[in-house]
Ligand binder design. Sequence first.
Ligand code: FAD
Length: 434
Amino acid sequence: MWNNWAGDQACTPAHFAQPASVDEVRDTVRESARQGRGVRVVGAGHSFGDNVLTSGTLLSLDRLSGVLGVDREAGTVRVAAGTRLHELNRLLDGHGLALANLGDIDSQSVAGAISTATHGTGRNLGNLATFVQDVELVTAQGDVLQASAAGRDVLEAARVSVGALGVITAYTLKVVPSFTLHGVQEPAALDETLERLDDHVDGNDHFEFFSFPHSGTVLAKRTNRVDGPVPGRGTSTTGRLRSYLEGELLENTALDLVCRLGRARPGLIPRLNRLATDLITPTSRTGTSHEVLVSKRSVRFTETEWALPREACAEALTEMRRLVTSRRLDVNFPFEVRFVAGDGESLLSPAYGRESCYIAAHMYRGMPWQEFFTAVQDVALSYGGRPHWGKRHSLSADRLSGLYPRWDDFQRVRRELDPDGLFANDHVRRIFGA
Ligand SMILES: Cc1cc2nc3c(=O)[nH]c(=O)nc-3n(C[C@H](O)[C@H](O)[C@H](O)COP(=O)(O)OP(=O)(O)OC[C@H]3O[C@@H](n4cnc5c(N)ncnc54)[C@H](O)[C@@H]3O)c2cc1C
């Protein structure tokens, strides 16, 4: 039995394979096709939706890991698709290189993160799929395809493809020289944060905030590049330990306690929301980019997340917060609000063609999320929102097709690469059609 990270998606595949080479991937794909078994790939299982579930063959690329080549002149690396992001960060460090941006955590596999357009925050920074220069994938026929050689539309489709085009075995990724970041997190008034949103977003390399539905205070995070270490900040061992403990206490231990209490006594949730924001104290941290961008997330939850046109951010968030109170929904987790550059190179990037604000809504494990997530989805859709491909949403192809200007181009590539739907499961059939 396979389970996702949140523990609320499970399946029992007929066959589980961990190939150690591209040839073994081809053999597994061909054999599954011969036996009429569908194929899905799992990365680190951190998606919240039913993306991975299969009763056919489940493939893990954990044994296809590592940096396969570095081209300093081009500023690219070739990386095996199963590499976990934390491992990639460590290996890049060794070459004096880094990814230009990261999401909240680094547990995902490179292919899993890129295939759902995983993103961090930063108005000039695209999601991880924007770093992709080339994709190597094994098709339904068992052929190894270099997407760039197969045509521009194949590459544009393969970047964000939710496992529907084939088994991705390697990427060529754009990288940057290692850099140091200084991150500050502190309490801020929600009203002021929304009124001066453009100043915050445009004035920082990375800006994001967390907003509890029943509190007028947000946790704001501002992170910026610095030249070398900032004197007296968290670069010493004790400084690092202190900021780790502060982050651990606030973002994990205290949050878990507040959520447990709220789950047991939902009537306390509004007060617990305010208590959680009262606990926020200003902290700062300086370090290598991935040390500062990545956090530890030990509290288990499920999530929906929507990419909206950036200018809709304040209005949409206000509406989402309001529906929690007007419908008396029990929500003891904060909304997370982030900003991502528009991109035009991945046909199914939720930020396709527009600068985007991402609003994420969470629900603590063991609490009902359906009504809340549906209400958030309705608000997001009313602003032209597009769902994160790795998170919960209930849209199917008929609705999604209207959200992506080049939907038909993606479908054409899918028909060419996987005419019989070898890589389709219920999730893929719902979002892309049979
Ligand atoms: C605690 C937590 C924090 C998170 N933080 C963020 C964040 O900050 N920003 C953000 O955008 N998202 C975030 N996410 C979501 C997460 O990044 C995505 O769901 C991502 O897809 C998970 O990567 P994974 O390796 O676990 O992939 P999986 O969930 O295992 O797979 C994701 C999809 O990719 C496909 N896939 C995986 N490997 C391959 C391959 N080799 N070839 C073809 N298809 C493949 C799978 O079939 C599936 O459809 C978070 C999730 C969690 C649980």
